[in-house]
Design a protein around this ligand. Structure first.
Ligand SMILES: Cc1ncc(COP(=O)(O)O)c(C=O)c1O
Length: 484
């Protein structure tokens, strides 16, 4: 079938145009029951597309018609054996990958800065995580995911690992050398899983880094909604593996997804794929050029800088230049403060901020005027605002951690209680504690709490550093495992 076709969108769209009387879910009945404030803003047409599973529109759980065809077109577009549509983002994709590649008790090599959904996947699949510490770059104030050397070393130390899980690109658009990592994994019979949530577009432009499917990953997940034009939650898991059982993957895709998928999201995946194949090169080319011009102008400012592809290449990685990571440390303001100014004074919303950086994500719909607005706002902020100089340094503490219980058992088999920080030494953590910066967990469910870790956490509390996972205003207690 031609990539010009959009079988799923066409089916849902034609159904909507038919104005069929609804005696199926959802309850708004083609929009009639939707609150007026929403309906008067959106118009009514869209609600005729909000349908449920019936023969005409096919089932996500046993696709035989337009969903099957749309998934086949997606697979062909990326050059993989199979692609599965997901309606709960790459979050559910990460869970699906771990649950299909691994059995309970297997171990997986994974970087400690993986997205929180990878931790959910670790809990649900019952695997032992073997953590690789990300590398910190104190000049760029960012973290790097695992390099081939780190993966090789981890596999030498833990040859029993079943799989390697890598995040590429990271949130800042940095990609690792997946070609080398795939070689390392496959020469040892290990499965390579890639969280490519931020990279659904890489395959469609020659000036973007190599994508996971081109590098030979066994499976990868992509948030089609993050950079391409699918609606939020629309993601995909791609499969091309001799090491993973396809039937098991199918089962996990079904096990973890709703029986009432949103057909507008599904239809938008079909359109996003067609658009990427037919127009990706030109549309992404425009985005890349706008981004690079914006980067140049930002780098001409006194107090902001935006690292380049060359900066990243010098460090052995590659960069998706459609991501603008804007370092703010020279302004004396934190990234959070600049984000706030951009939102309130300029009506510009970036995707994320931390102490050091703003992360401005461009997508297939970005245009020059958006970039111009962002750069002009930064130019004004550069002149207008000056904060007290920051003395933050991005660093990862050198703490020894030891997993003594598999996270699934901590979460599903045992109960937990809160104990004061001081009294937690020797216990097993029942929670994740992640200070920002650097955004890497100090403790993970199943890890032994040592004196050294408690002292580090006390020090953070004294410095008023917020730890995600703390129970209130300050970190005074930790959840630990208790025997039922
Ligand atoms: C690296 C990474 N992986 C996975 C996810 C989850 O993706 P989604 O929002 O599509 O569920 C995110 C979300 O921001 C992410 O940054």
């Amino acid at each position: 079938m031609s990539q010009h076709k959009t079988p799923l969108f066409d089916t849902v769209f034609n159904h909507a145009k038919n104005r069929v009387v609804s005696f199926h879910t959802p309850g708004h009945k083609n929009g009639r029951g939707v609150d007026k404030r929403l309906r008067s803003f959106t118009g009514r047409n869209m609600y005729f597309m909000d349908v449920t599973v019936f023969p005409e529109v096919d089932s996500l759980h046993d696709p035989q018609g337009p969903i099957k065809k749309a998934q086949q077109l997606m697979a062909r577009a990326y050059g993989v054996e199979h692609s599965f549509f997901l309606v709960n983002g790459s979050s559910v994709g990460n869970m699906i990958m771990l649950m299909s590649a691994c059995q309970p008790g297997d171990s997986v090599i994974i970087s400690r800065n993986a997205h929180k959904s990878a931790m959910s996947g670790i809990i649900l699949s019952g695997v032992w995580p073997i953590w690789v510490q990300p590398k910190v770059d104190q000049n760029l104030d960012i973290l790097f995911d695992s390099s081939p050397t780190q993966i090789e070393e981890a596999l030498r130390k833990y040859p029993e690992a079943k799989a390697v899980f890598v995040t590429s690109p990271t949130y800042t658009g940095v990609t690792t050398d997946l070609v080398k990592i795939a070689e390392i994994c496959h020469s040892r019979g290990k499965v390579l899983l890639v969280d490519e949530a931020h990279g659904p577009h890489l395959k469609f432009h020659k000036d973007l880094p190599v994508s996971a499917v081109e590098a030979g990953a066994d499976m990868c997940v992509q948030s089609t909604h993050k950079i391409l034009s699918a609606l939020s939650q629309g993601s995909v898991v791609h499969f091309q593996s001799d090491l993973v059982d396809l039937t098991r993957l199918r089962r996990m895709v079904s096990l973890l997804q709703t029986t009432s998928p949103n057909y507008i999201i599904l239809a938008s995946m079909d359109l996003a794929r067609r658009q990427a194949v037919l127009h990706g090169e030109s549309m992404l080319g425009r985005v890349i050029r706008c981004g690079e011009k914006g980067r140049k102008r930002i780098n001409a400012l006194k107090n902001f800088f935006c690292f380049t592809r060359k900066d990243i290449a010098d460090r052995g990685y590659d960069l998706d230049v459609t991501k603008l990571t804007i370092n703010v440390t020279k302004t004396g303001l934190s990234g959070y403060e600049v984000e706030d100014i951009l939102t309130k004074e300029y009506k510009i919303q970036v995707d994320a901020a931390d102490l050091f950086n703003l992360i401005a994500i461009m997508g297939i719909g970005s245009d020059k005027s958006d970039v111009d607005k962002l750069v002009s706002a930064l130019e004004e902020i550069d002149e207008k605002y000056r904060g007290a100089a920051q003395n933050w340094v991005l660093q990862i503490p050198e703490l020894t951690t030891e997993m003594v219980m598999v996270p699934r058992d901590v979460s599903l088999l045992y109960t937990s209680k809160r104990v004061p920080l001081r009294k937690a030494v020797g216990h097993i953590s029942a929670q994740t504690l992640t200070p920002y910066p650097p955004g890497i967990p100090v403790l993970i469910p199943g890890e032994r709490i040592t004196q050294e870790i408690v002292e580090y956490l006390e020090d953070l509390t004294e410095k008023d550093i917020r730890v995600v996972g703390q129970e209130g205003e300050a970190l005074r207690t930790i959840k630990v495992v208790t025997v039922r």
